[in-house]
Design a protein around this ligand. Sequence first.
Ligand SMILES: [Zn+2]
Length: 348
Amino acid sequence: MQALVLEKKGVLNLREIDLQQVVGPDDVRIAIHTVGVCGSDVHYYTHGAIGPFVLHEPMVLGHEAAGTIVETGSNVRGLALGDRVCMEPGIPDMSSRASKLGIYNVDPSVRFWATPPIHGVLTPFVVHPAAFTYRLPEAVSFAEGAMVEPFAIGMQAAARARIAPGDVAAVIGCGPIGIMVALAALAGGCSRVFISDFSVEKLAIAGRYPGIVPVNIAGQSFAEVLARETDGWGADIVFEASGSAKAYRGIFDLVRPGGAMVMVGLPVEPVELDVPGAISKEVRIETVFRYANIFDRALALIASGKVDLKPLITGTFDFADSIQAFERAAAAHPSDVKLQILMGSGAV
Ligand SMILES: [Zn+2]
């Protein structure tokens, strides 16, 4: 089958590859329609590794996908041929201790698309467990369906934050995940979400959403802006979504006493943390790793119209041009949020 294969760091090929695609009794086979290009895919392309996950052999990229069911296993109920769906890219071991606890996102044996050595889905067909395949509501397009995966991270962050209605949130980093976090925080009950970055273009995109207040930290301090806007009290919740070690310097100046700090961005190295700063305000610290039990809620929110992800899709490429899509993503244009690739086989 044709697939976008990352041969090794910096080398992509659109070529034939032999992929195991046996439909088990609990599986479905999906004709892929749309695949989002994710920062992690791009990082494997440019660096060949993310932390402990190192590319040792060719791997198909892509994990943010939507498509159409073309085959169902004998045990599958609830999903039928022709259903438009999106998929959760991690397949946990359902008998693992983590899965039994409902925290399958941290199951050590999870098999996650496009995380070495597991192949991703930039290929016309994929076989996936029905339990991790979600029917798209009629109002949700394939493009939006392929946005559910990154949005689920924002939703997980909002859930971890335990937002109270009217909370003021601050998000550090206005990349795709920062924007997803801000949108999920608003949907979760925040009255205002301040989002910081150095990029004028990125902030302009986030600032188009009512309730999101962009703060350019090139010329001012985020802590000062938040203090001014909250009568010196601070944000109820601070989400770190940049993954930058520098973001942790002074981070507790942003949080109100008794507030929460939620770590979403994954730094590449260990980071220094101001423990006295956290303790003296009794800040609650939470971490976010992917998501669990979120996709159905994310789809419900998108279908309700409360969250509109469509403005974040800033470029679309044909499958035949997917190498260009990755080159474009690697160039990191500040006005690009999410690039997507159309497989062109959604209807089989
Ligand atoms: Zn992703």
